[in-house]
Design a protein around this ligand. Structure first.
Ligand code: ADP
Ligand code: ADP
Length: 226
């Protein structure tokens, strides 16, 4: 687990406009923070800066007390989950889960244990020998989450992970995410444009508009306001 401090962070693209404008947010250890707002409000840009996939124009991002502005993504102990699953189609579920650990040189016994644990958590044990083409959308998304889980990162970043699912699956997976949130208690920043998703999943919800924080509060408090 880890605490994330976003301190006066601005992102200016080459045309001079600020996609993210002097944003400050503290994400507590084990907190699940949802960034919500209309398309173009800067959600992905902010998430990508935390991941190290986008340079910061000014300000600082700290994970625990360490400034990570110039750290490459691989040194950040962060796992990111995208809306497209990017599973390896020719590999079984088990191999897909194991792949990231193999590249990182995790010892086999340790990798076995982590893969089993993640598969159990996500209900993937009966599906270990299937390939992605033999899975439903929800199952594929669970494999994608599993690939991030096995790394046991301090931080999860999720960019619209349910956006490509049909309505029924999205509702189902929302419940799954809520369960995982409580089970794992890994510090998470979750981006969505769906208000119901934000209210269901966020310990707190941060509403972005035109690159600035409009409100940040618990779902109850946000809802209570006019
Ligand atoms: P969201 O994720 O909320 O839809 P983004 O973070 O993708 O918003 O985009 C925020 C703003 O930054 C938008 O106005 C968008 O057009 C602009 N933007 C995003 N990427 C680039 C880029 N590479 N160059 C210039 N402007 C960009
Ligand atoms: P989930 O929410 O777990 O993704 P779904 O409602 O999509 O579940 O699927 C229900 C059941 O149908 C699953 O238990 C799965 O085993 C089976 N199933 C769905 N798609 C396929 C497929 N392409 N091949 C084999 N079984 C499938």
């Amino acid at each position: 687990m880890a605490r994330i401090s976003i301190e006066g962070v601005t992102k200016r693209y080459s045309d001079g406009s600020a996609a993210v404008d002097n944003v400050s947010i503290e994400v507590a250890d084990g907190e699940f923070l949802v960034l919500v707002g209309p398309s173009g409000c800067g959600k992905s840009t902010l998430l990508r800066m935390i991941a190290g996939l986008e340079d910061i124009t000014s300000g600082a991002i700290r994970v625990d007390d360490r400034i990570v502005n110039d750290l490459p993504p691989k040194d950040r102990d962060i796992a990111m989950i995208f809306q497209t699953y990017a599973l390896f189609p020719h590999m079984t579920v088990e191999k897909n889960l194991r792949y990231g650990l193999k590249v990182r040189g995790t010892p086999k016994a340790e990798a076995d244990a982590r893969v089993q644990k993640a598969a159990k958590t996500l209900g993937l044990l009966p599906l270990m020998n299937r390939r992605p083409g033999q899975l439903s959308g929800g199952q594929r998304q669970r494999v994608a989450i599993g690939r991030a889980l096995v790394r046991e990162p301090s931080v999860f970043l999720m960019d619209e992970p349910l956006a490509n699912l049909d309505t029924k699956l999205r509702v189902h997976m929302r419940t799954e995410f809520a369960r995982l949130r409580e089970q794992l208690r890994t510090t998470t920043v979750y981006v969505t444009h769906d208000q119901v998703e934000a209210m269901t999943l966020g310990h707190r919800v941060c509403v972005l508009r035109d690159g600035v924080v409009q409100q940040i509060d618990t779902p109850d408090q946000l809802f209570a306001r006019p």
